[in-house]
Design a protein around this ligand. Sequence first.
Ligand code: SF4
Length: 121
Amino acid sequence: MEKRNLTCIRCPIGCQIEVEMDNGQVLSVKGNSCPRGEQYARKEVTNPTRIVTSTVRVSGSRSGAITVSCKTAEDVPKDKMFEVMQAISELQVSAPVHIGDVLLENAAGTGVNIIATREVD
Ligand code: SF4
C-alpha cells in the first residue's frame, strides 16, 4: 500500500489530504473538508491536469503592448505542461487581440487551444 500527501488547491484553505492507494487504485481519502477535496485528490493521483497560464508575444499593437496574457482553454495533462509552455514561447500573434481569441490550436498535441485573456489593440 502507498500513501500520498497532497495539499488541496481547490480553495485558499489548502486542506492537507492523505490518499491511500494500492496498485493504482484509491482506497481512501482523508483530511478533506468538503467533496471538492476528495474529487481533487482522486484526480491528482490518477490523472493530474492543470490550466497553464502564460504570455504570448504580440506585434503591431497601437498601445505599445508587446505581450498578451493567455491560458489553456481547458486543463492539460501535467506531464504535457512543459511542451505546452514551449509551444507558447514560440508563438507570436498580431494585434488586435480580443479576449477569448484562439492564439494556438491543439497546443503540443493535447487537443487544447491557447486563448487570449486580455485585449490588445
Ligand atoms: S477540501 Fe474543500 S475546503 Fe479543503 S481546500 Fe479543498 S476545496 Fe477547500
